[in-house]
Design a protein around this ligand. Structure first.
Ligand code: 13P
Ligand code: SF4
Length: 332
């Protein structure tokens, strides 16, 4: 059961403080959700950062790449997406004729917010030779302006496959972009966006925890800053964190990403101890958008079939092409 209390960012009142749901209510809701899933012929997809009770009910729990791959091949009639809005939107782009619902339509992302489509369009117009690679954490409108999409799990491969005669523009995450640049040696113009959760890990906070657990390797998400990445033993997507930790001989592992990841890792590697890396402020490391989803809202969205993702067919066609290009390159 999730029992963390969310810290209110200053001036933000649309993210209510979460209070624990009593276990009996969680059990009853879980049973009702499973019954609805059967009745609707629905598939329940959840990101690794979702609260434990949602992860435990899902048909598939994974990273953005795995979730897109699952969405691309599902035979379900209804997709119930527990993650943030751009993830549900991606599932809709891949299933234009199916119903895609999500527990909370306000589950945004600081990366998506950092890159409005009109600003990107103006920037692209200044350099027509740009080949635009968009991290999947962006709106459908931004996807429609991009040549190819990538996730943290395949960004290196996608950049390596980019045409050699084009200037590369990478949007919207400057940290992921900088890491991919280091890995591939391919210069890119980087959009100045970042994930507000991952930039909270600092060189000082990570050095402190490494001193406390000198034997524990550090696994970090590529959305972390370079100062943090330099201290990491492994830098990878949330799904690759699972395979790295399974294969590691270490008994204790420090994890620098959103806190929901710890539940998945504990389930997959019950013999290991996971230490959530502290940020400069605290050890909460919670994405306030991911944590908008609750079991109550999940039940309600399935019962009402609302809120649902709705996009114009023309936008869906333009935004789907770069996602399909990504899936093709990824499969090679
Ligand atoms: P992953 O694709 O690695 O799960 O990352 C998604 C995300 O939003 C990270 O903050
Ligand atoms: Fe966006 Fe960061 Fe939340 Fe991931 S953790 S959804 S990148 S704000």
């Amino acid at each position: 059961m999730s029992d963390t209390i969310e810290l209110q960012p200053p001036g933000v009142d649309r993210f209510p403080v979460r209070t624990p749901t009593p276990p009996a209510r969680l059990d009853a809701l879980s049973r009702e959700i499973l019954a609805l899933k059967k009745k609707l012929n629905a598939v329940l997809l959840a990101h690794n950062y979702q609260v434990p009770e949602i992860q435990d009910l899902a048909d598939f729990v994974g990273d953005s790449l795995g979730l897109s791959q699952q969405a691309a091949k599902t035979s379900a009639d209804v997709l119930v997406f527990c993650g943030v809005h751009f993830m549900a939107e991606t599932a809709k782009l891949l299933n234009p004729n199916k119903l895609v619902v999500l527990p909370d339509k306000d589950a945004g992302c600081s990366l998506e917010e950092s890159c409005p489509a009109d600003k990107l369009k103006t920037f692209q117009a200044a350099n027509p030779n740009f080949y635009t690679i968009a991290y999947i954490n962006c709106s459908a409108e931004v996807k429609a302006l991009s040549d190819v999409i990538c996730t943290s799990g395949n960004a290196v491969k996608i950049v390596q496959a980019a045409p050699k005669d084009r200037d590369l523009l990478f949007v919207p995450d400057e940290n992921l972009g900088a890491w991919v640049q280091e890995q591939t040696g391919r210069p890119m113009t980087l959009w100045r966006g970042n994930c507000y959760v991952h930039i909270e890990f600092t060189h000082a906070s990570i050095t402190r925890i490494r001193r406390e657990y000198p034997e524990a390797p550090l696994v970090a998400h590529p959305e972390c800053t370079q100062a943090v990445r330099l201290l990491a033993d492994e830098i990878c997507s949330t799904e690759k964190m699972v395979s790295y930790c399974k294969g590691s001989t270490a008994r204790q592992i420090i994890i620098a990403t959103e806190a929901g990841m710890i539940h998945r890792l504990k389930k997959e590697c019950p013999d290991k101890t996971f230490i959530p890396a502290p940020s400069s402020q605290c050890r909460c490391n919670e994405c306030r958008y991911m944590k908008l989803n609750t079991l109550d809202k999940l039940y309600k969205c399935m019962a009402d079939l609302q809120p649902r993702v709705e996009l114009s067919p023309a936008l869906m066609d333009r935004a789907r092409a770069p996602i399909q290009r990504m899936l093709e390159i990824s499969a090679k």
